[in-house]
Write a protein that binds this ligand. Structure first.
Ligand code: FE2
Length: 259
């Protein structure tokens, strides 16, 4: 690997050749809605990341948030219990980007032109920029016993995550692939079945060190409550345009501050 700052971080399979061939995975991502790169981070890098996340945890901000699956305003045209308005909830702890040391492996990965061009090719995008605000580009999320991420569709059309630590029981990612629209309209009937637990989604077994990329805008997803142990998940967040900040409301909710 040319970039010496990235030496000994990635798993053996993640060579320069791998990073220059992102586009070969695009079709699979589009068809399956998800891609998992196993052992993306090698054992040494993983140990470093786990130590770092453990040290930072005491500075994390604990949030509980409530929303509907569309992450949008209440719609008076529907009842409170409708799939459109039903309340979901998330609780977790979060470390914003400005508390992550600049020398962190996470920052190196995020800033690496090699890795970024891999993501760009894979997601068929032209440009990726960090968030304008100092908090939102890289986040470390901690889910302790009882913490969960309720059903929702993401606002952005893709999400890039790295599992740093897996919990012992619970904390399972579950999704329904590309089911949001039916005849170009929101498929509320299916969402209702999902929320009422009448259908089961695809459960994803991911392991520590795995990189996961998913298209969460058309695929409803959740992470079930952690029952034992602790789950630590990093999100790498990019923007297609420069100068974009995460909304003040979201920053307040997840970081407890806006700068
Ligand atoms: Fe999501």
């Amino acid at each position: 690997m040319n970039d010496s700052r990235l030496k000994n971080i990635f798993g053996d399979a993640y060579t320069e050749d791998f990073f220059s061939s992102g586009s070969i995975y695009s079709q699979t991502l589009n068809e399956k809605g998800i891609l998992i790169f196993n052992s993306f981070i090698g054992p040494d890098g993983l140990k470093t990341l786990q130590n770092e996340a453990n040290e930072l945890k005491e500075h994390s901000y604990k949030s509980s948030s409530e929303y509907n699956v569309y992450i949008s305003e209440y719609d008076n045209a529907f009842s409170a219990d409708s799939p459109r308005n039903r309340i979901m909830s998330t609780s977790k702890k979060c470390i914003p980007n400005d508390l992550i040391p600049t020398q962190s492996i996470l920052q190196k990965i995020y800033d690496s032109p090699l890795v970024r061009s891999f993501f760009l090719d894979l997601l068929d995008k032209d440009e990726f920029h960090p968030y304008e605000d100092p908090l939102s580009s890289i986040n470390i999320n901690y889910y302790d016993k009882g913490d969960a991420l309720g059903w929702h569709f993401d606002n952005s059309d893709y999400t890039i995550t790295l599992l740093v630590k897996n919990c012992i029981k619970g904390g399972v990612y579950e999704f329904f692939n590309d089911m949001r629209y039916k005849n170009d309209k929101e498929d509320y009937d299916l969402v209702e079945k999902i929320l009422d637990k009448k259908v089961k989604g695809i459960k994803v077994d991911s392991l520590e060190g795995d990189l996961m990329i998913f298209k969460g805008n058309k695929s409803i997803h959740q992470v079930t409550a952690v029952e034992e142990g602790e789950r630590i998940l990093v999100t790498f967040n990019y923007n297609e345009e420069s100068g974009v900040s995460l909304s003040e409301q979201s920053r307040r909710t997840f970081f407890g501050r806006i700068k």
